[in-house]
Structure formats: C-alpha cells, structure tokens
Design a protein around this ligand. Sequence first.
Ligand SMILES: [Zn+2]
Length: 353
Amino acid sequence: MKIGETFRASPCRLCGTAEREVVADRGRGGAALTTAICRGCGLVSHATLPEEAEVADFYAARYRLEYKGGYAPKRKHALRALRGAMARARRLAPLLPARGRVLDIGASSGEFTFVMAEAGFAASGLEPNWGYGEFARREYGVELRQGGWDSPDFPREPLDLVTLNHVMEHLTDPWAAMARIHAALAPEGLLFVEVPNLEGVRKQISNTFHAAHIWNFTPATLITAAWQAGFVPRAGERLDSTSLVFRKRRADDLAPQGADAAHAERLVRQMAQEQSRWAYFASAAPITRRWQRLRRNINEHLVTRRHATIRAMAEALLDAAALEPGSPWAARHGWRMRRGPQPANSAVTRAKA
Ligand SMILES: [Zn+2]
C-alpha cells in the first residue's frame, strides 16, 4: 500500500471507525513497515496489528540474545537510565503516601525501581526480559520479577503508583493493560504513562515509525485511551504532552475532547508537510541534535569513568541528589551525616588532604 491510500480495517479501538489512511511505508532504518491512521480519531498504528504471540516471540528472541553470558548494560546507558529514573522519581514521589507501594511495568534494567526503593517506597518491577531483570537483581538488589502486566506475579494490591515508561506503545492491548492496572490501584492510586509523542516529533518521516512500536500516540489519543480504561489526567498535568500522571476517573469527570476527524486531518497534514525530508533539513533539528549528542557523550564519559561499578555510580548520583531541596532521597543524606566521617573520595576529604 502507498502513502495516502485509504482502506478499511477492523473497528478502531478508540472510536470504532473502519476507515484508515496509510501515512508511511517505511520504518526506522528503511525497513518495510506500513503505518496507518484512523480517519475518525487520529490513532496511528501498524496497518496490520500483530497477534499477541508474534509480539511475545519478538521479545523472547531479544532476551535470548541478551542473556548470553550474563547481560549487563553499557555504563553510559545505565547512567542515562538512572538520570531518567531520578527525574521521574522527583516528579512522582511528592504525589505518593510515605512508604507507598509502587510497581514499574517494563522495568528494564531496574533503575526506577532502585531509586524509588532508595526513596523509601515499597517498589518492585515487572520485566519480561530475563537478562535485564537478572542484572537489576544482581546490581541494584531490587525486587524485579520476570513478566509483563499480565504476569501471575503481579504484586499484591492495592498499589499507590504504577508506571509505564515507554511501554504502552509496545503492547498489543494497552487497554487491557490499563484495565488491569486500574483494578490493582488504590482508590487514590496513580498511573504514570510516558510514550513518544507523534505530534511533537521533528524527525524524518522515515525515522519516526518503529516495528516494535505498535501504537503511535498523540496527547489526544493517549488521553482518550486512558479515559476508556477509567483514567483522567491529574489536575495540573500538561495536556499537550504524552508524559502524564493519571488518576482514576470519577462520575463527574468530563470525557476528553480532541481525538476526532479534525485531529486525524491535522496529523496527516503535519506528517506530509512538516515532517517531510525537506522540512527536516531546512530546520535546525539535525545540527542541534548532533551537537546535543556530542555534549551528552562527553558528559557521560566524564561521569562513568569516575566509578568502578554501575552500583557505585548510582549511589553517587543519589548522594548528590540527596542535597537538593525537597529531595526524595533527603533521608539518605541525614543517614550519611549521622554515620560519621565522609567517604575517602568526597570533596571534603580531598580538600583537607
Ligand atoms: Zn479511531
């Protein structure tokens, strides 16, 4: 099928419309991948939705690969994951009861589970990838079980927070996952979701879609999907973002607007024009991106070389963050102070020497 071609498919999960339009015929790396938009609401997905078993096979193959000889992420990837996890923790910790119960689904190599546990929460994770989970248990000593949202090892309820960080776009049935989470959450429990924002991308169209991303959400389609599973964004959330904290919806909440035919129309236009090869190269995005990447690489090199292990690096990041005002890890700083002299590599000791 060619870009711009329309076809009929099974009713859209979001709005029930059957009409789709092809928006891309290639995925990342130039691989053949047909992506379509629902003309009724703007929900974008693979033109042919994969079966659950195919997706399970895809990830099983990947983790077989990564488990060979004991998996360990590269130091710089662990650093990136730790920084991301700490940013999420700073945002989410103040919304939770003390010692609240937290579950990270798709916990990857365990960084978020670790930093939340270190902030005093009862945190655990579910991760289908055996190698990642094994690394997390070994390096961070966190409670990570193998499996996904449908795992029989889903922790005992009720939970205060469930997080899906760059997970929902990979699931065959995000609605079923959110419904399971809804049932597991306490009445005031929260769901954090972050997915790539199709509306915000400044990338070549050929670089936007990914075989592993079954769904490509916009703020409007994400909020509508969450509504259908019983969630609304918390007051104060940025509704033009696809990084959102949801609460359970109540009888007097109003249904979200925005995922409609006009949204679909706008997205099709955006993808055809703004994201065309020409617009990409005419914009400063490639240069800015390259510059940012270079700066990030230098910074990561400087930080990672200071620590003998990933765990030591994580501890140092948390120690530094413990001094920030309102830090989720403030107790950790107090504990170090009470414990007595500074460790040998601290700035204080060096200054005295
Ligand atoms: Zn639709």
